[in-house]
Write a protein that binds this ligand. Structure first.
Ligand code: COA
Length: 329
């Protein structure tokens, strides 16, 4: 059975920036409050003509160019998103067509902020099964389209962005995918959701008037769950593989709130300089945070070939996921 490695990475964020000062003019908040409670300084926001597939295509093209391969070599495209261009055709179909991945199948994966880690887990298994040689995992979310910019509890948190990773086989022992621990807990569903727009509450004048197409959340419940799960699941996965936090070179967590990240990392016993935090510049880009933070880790020289990396995420659902990889390039 071959192993699976990440062989390329591409990211894209739209140029528009929404600062805390901009938000001060939109809702009752302050730069100080946002910085202290979340660690966010600014986030990128897509212009009206940009949708999730557009950002996904840009990220995918960068990953393919980095690897120097033609899109026709891609066998599967997995787009992790909660903000697809439309429900169908899937964003994976739109991306497959736009990049010219003529031989690929694919699908959208809905797992909110855990989407990218679930996508990585799925792609690794497609490759390790020996049935696929090149799988493209893309996390792309245009959160600004489902955020209520009159709700100060949510609008300060989210931004738009995308990232793509290419997964391929490896014969090098110990390289690439080591293991995963993923978990869903639907009892937490009410704490973070987009209530309307599906078969339960289809779009109507009432759902629009009641602002039910926007993200609703109980921030404190999400916060507590996120800290606990990121810590417990990272610890358990390391233990399962006979490893401990001392073996970890970098922890790349989902970027939901700086305080969630530091609390989870502290419990895990991973030092500040081993944790990648870029929430200050991007906010929470949902399925985009893991690839964006990985890019920063590489650019800062914190993630190099042979390093043990933990990807840890928590999101709406609830969903939670942890992956262990030994970085391969
Ligand atoms: N500016 C100023 N005050 C704000 C505010 C804002 N943007 N948002 C909330 N407040 C107020 C609240 O109304 C509350 O006021 P009150 O005490 O008068 O009622 C006070 O600040 C404290 O609110 P609370 O909800 O306890 O704040 P918090 O410290 O929990 O921070 C979040 C709120 C949303 C930043 C935090 O709970 C969080 O990040 N949760 C996780 C959310 C998340 O990550 N979601 C995505 C998961 S993938």
């Amino acid at each position: 059975m071959p192993g699976a490695k990440i062989s390329a990475l591409g990211c894209y964020v739209p140029p528009g920036v929404l600062t805390n000062q901009d938000l001060e003019r939109m809702v009752e908040t302050s730069n100080e409050w946002i910085l202290e409670r979340t660690g966010i300084v600014e986030r990128h926001i897509a212009s009206k003509d940009i949708a999730t597939s557009d950002m996904a295509v840009e990220a995918a093209k960068i990953a393919l160019a980095q690897r120097g391969i033609d899109a026709r070599e891609i066998e599967a495209v997995i787009v992790c998103t909660v903000t697809p261009d439309m429900l169908f055709p899937s964003t994976a179909c739109l991306v497959q067509d736009r990049i010219g991945a003529k031989g690929a199948w694919g699908f959208d994966l809905i797992a909110a902020c855990s989407g990218f880690v679930y996508g990585l887990t799925t792609a690794a298994h497609l490759v390790m099964a020996g049935t696929h040689k090149k799988v493209l995992v893309i996390g792309s979310d245009t959160m600004s389209r489902i955020i209520d910019y009159t709700d100060r509890g949510t609008c300060i948190l989210f931004g738009d962005g995308a990232g793509a990773m290419l997964i391929e086989p490896t014969d090098v022992p110990g390289e690439g995918f080591i293991g995963f621990l993923n978990e869903i807990d639907g009892s937490g569903g009410d704490f973070l959701k987009q209530p309307a727009g599906g078969s339960r509450l289809p779009a109507s004048a009432e759902t629009v008037e009641q602002r039910l197409h926007f993200v609703k959340q109980d921030g404190q419940q999400v916060f507590k769950y996120a800290v606990r799960k990121m810590y417990e699941m990272s610890r358990d996965l390391l233990q399962k593989h006979g490893l401990s936090s001392k073996d970890v070179k970098v922890l790349i967590p989902h970027q939901a709130n700086r305080r969630i990240i530091t609390a989870a990392a502290e419990r895990l016993g991973v030092s500040c300089d081993q944790v990648i935090i870029n929430i200050d510049r991007y906010g929470n880009t949902t399925a985009g945070t893991i690839p964006l933070a990985t890019r920063d880790a590489i650019e800062q020289g914190k993630l190099q070939k042979g390093d043990l990396v933990v990807f840890a995420t928590v999101g709406a659902g609830f969903t939670a996921g942890v992956n262990l990889w030994r970085w391969a390039y």
